[in-house]
Design a protein around this ligand. Structure first.
Ligand SMILES: NC(=O)c1ccc[n+]([C@@H]2O[C@H](COP(=O)([O-])OP(=O)(O)OC[C@H]3O[C@@H](n4cnc5c(N)ncnc54)[C@H](OP(=O)(O)O)[C@@H]3O)[C@@H](O)[C@H]2O)c1
Length: 280
């Protein structure tokens, strides 16, 4: 059988970088895309340390430049003849109380976290349909199943992804195409540092939630963030699984949030969250 091909977005850091290496270690040829090839050093170093540099094909792709996506996917199919796995991973988080977020800031969040994944998926589907096989793995978030204070735009973009992916799974399952959602809790990646965006009203200090926001930020900084290799390994495991589940929750904090939402009366949860984040 010919070599299996995986395509992944956002591989310059974090979960995407590690998942590219794990998939390559598992024997895949990995088309590792990133929006700025000037940031490929970390991936190159990790690939070289793992001895899989020859398994990576690093290409430029910004998932929010929707017009470029069909040509990107056509080129992959032309070069390799097939695609077995698409990992929609690229994403970022914008923070700020819902009251303060400008519509343009919320739109930008959706462009990458939702429409970017949709555009990538629509571009890969004709190939998977022709093959009657393939996995589409969406890196969502526990915030796609559970709202969170000061990240409403992020949670909304991930909730949209959850609904879209669930519907898509129902539509394409009969064609042999598996759509899977990965729901990580908090993992130590650049999403908390270099890639953390703040809404304008938080930055310029005009937010009426200024003080509550500052108290909360201290608590969030103390949150335990785990090694993202756990998420990358789950992604590689899903790729190997012929009949994957719809959802894979990763991390004890994510399991805890889901447990709280399912079992605790919402009013209790409101009190617990307000106290824990010091916004009461
Ligand atoms: N870490 C967590 O705690 C956590 C929890 C739940 C879910 N997630 C999800 O995991 C995914 C990966 O995030 P991460 O934690 O690994 O964070 P990260 O280290 O910041 O990585 C995000 C990656 O996405 C890329 N990216 C952002 N916008 C892009 C765009 N428009 N086009 C192409 N690439 C783009 C970034 O590229 P640049 O280097 O160019 O910025 C980077 O490579 C995201 O979807 C995130 O929502 C993370």
């Amino acid at each position: 059988m010919s070599e299996k091909i995986a395509v992944i977005t956002g591989t310059s850091s974090g979960i995407g970088l590690l998942a590219a290496v794990e998939l390559a270690k598992g024997g895949y040829k990995v088309v590792a895309s990133m929006r700025d090839l000037g940031r490929r050093d970390r991936l190159d170093q990790a690939a070289s340390a793992a001895g899989i540099s020859g398994q990576l094909d690093v290409r430029r792709l910004n998932v929010a430049e929707f017009d470029t996506i069909p040509a990107f996917m056509d080129a992959v199919v032309r070069d390799y003849g097939r695609i077995d796995v698409l990992v929609n991973n690229a994403g970022f988080a914008v923070a700020g109380f819902a009251e303060d977020m400008k519509l343009d800031e919320i739109r930008l969040q959706f462009e990458t976290n939702f429409f970017g994944h949709v555009a990538m998926t629509q571009a890969v589907l004709p190939t998977l349909r022709r093959q009657r096989s393939g996995h589409i793995i969406m890196v969502s978030s526990i915030s796609g199943l559970h709202g969170a204070v000061a990240t409403s735009s992020y949670a909304a973009s991930k909730h949209a992804l959850e609904g879209w992916s669930e519907s898509l799974r129902l539509e394409v399952n009969a064609l042999g195409i598996k759509v899977v959602l990965v729901e990580p809790g908090a993992f130590q990646t650049d999403i908390w540092t270099r890639n953390a965006h703040l809404g304008q009203k938080t930055v310029d200090g005009t937010s009426p939630n200024r003080e509550r926001g500052a108290r909360m930020r201290d608590q969030v900084q103390k949150l335990r963030k785990r090694d993202p290799i756990a998420v990358a390994r789950v992604i590689a495991k899903i790729a190997r699984e012929p009949n994957p589940k719809l959802r894979y929750v990763v991390g004890p904090d994510a399991h805890m949030q889901l447990w709280m939402k399912r079992l605790l009366p919402w009013k209790w949860e409101e009190k617990l969250v307000a106290r824990a984040l010091k916004i009461d």
